[in-house]
Design a protein around this ligand. Structure first.
Ligand SMILES: Cc1cc2nc3c(=O)[nH]c(=O)nc-3n(C[C@H](O)[C@H](O)[C@H](O)COP(=O)(O)O)c2cc1C
Length: 182
């Protein structure tokens, strides 16, 4: 059966550079693989900051809905900002909510991490920290990660990467990842 991949950005904002970057990854996966892919927007799954009092009262429906989606795929491609050199709050909050029993769809998922930032380092410091909760949850995080520096200048008006070499590099990484999904 065809492997399924869910893609999203770890940013909620409308004009997110990471939403643009993960959209490029989605297009590339379509072009170079036969994988069954779905791109979602975390903003469509609004969750409060994790608080066990809220959980004890009523598990947020958006978190349960997204957990079901994650449970239904083999792999995820996530493009996330770096906040103060580390994992973005929206992504960590999502990982934490979904990890709560009886939901927890994370163990065994294959994950490719990417990040876009206006800065010179392309969010890579945040990507290293973003691996940690996924690995703690038993995910298989692909060794290679894709950082996009100067991301505010990287896209044309159609949301395509202006630099051909950057797109080719991402395609090569995604091809490697796609071959390693189990
Ligand atoms: C609280 C905060 C902390 C940030 N820390 C970093 C950082 O450590 N490194 C970095 O490259 N960019 C940092 N930024 C800038 C973000 O990378 C930038 O706003 C980016 O566009 C956010 O991702 P998005 O466009 O997908 O929403 C930070 C932004 C905020 C709001």
């Amino acid at each position: 059966m065809n492997k399924k991949v869910l893609l999203f950005a770890g940013s909620l904002r409308t004009g997110s550079l990471n939403k643009k970057y993960v959209k490029v990854a989605h297009a590339i996966l379509h072009e170079i693989t036969g994988l069954d892919t779905e791109l979602v927007d975390l903003a469509d799954y609004p969750m409060p900051v994790y608080n066990q009092d809220i959980e004890d009262k009523e598990f947020p429906q958006p978190a349960a809905d997204l957990a079901r989606k994650v449970a239904g795929v083999d792999a995820l491609v996530i493009s996330t900002p770096e906040n103060n050199g580390s994992i973005a709050a929206a992504l960590k909050n999502t990982v934490d909510w979904l990890s709560r029993p009886p939901h927890n769809p994370w163990p065994g998922k294959c994950i490719f991490l990417m990040g876009a930032s206006p800065g010179a380092l392309g969010a890579v410091r945040g990507l290293w920290h973003s691996r940690i909760p996924f690995e703690a949850l038993g995910c298989h995080v692909y060794p290679d990660m894709s950082g996009l520096p100067r991301a505010h200048e990287a896209f044309d008006e159609n949301g395509e990467l202006k630099d051909k070499a950057s797109r080719e590099r991402l395609a090569k990484q995604l091809k490697g990842f796609a071959n390693r999904i189990f």
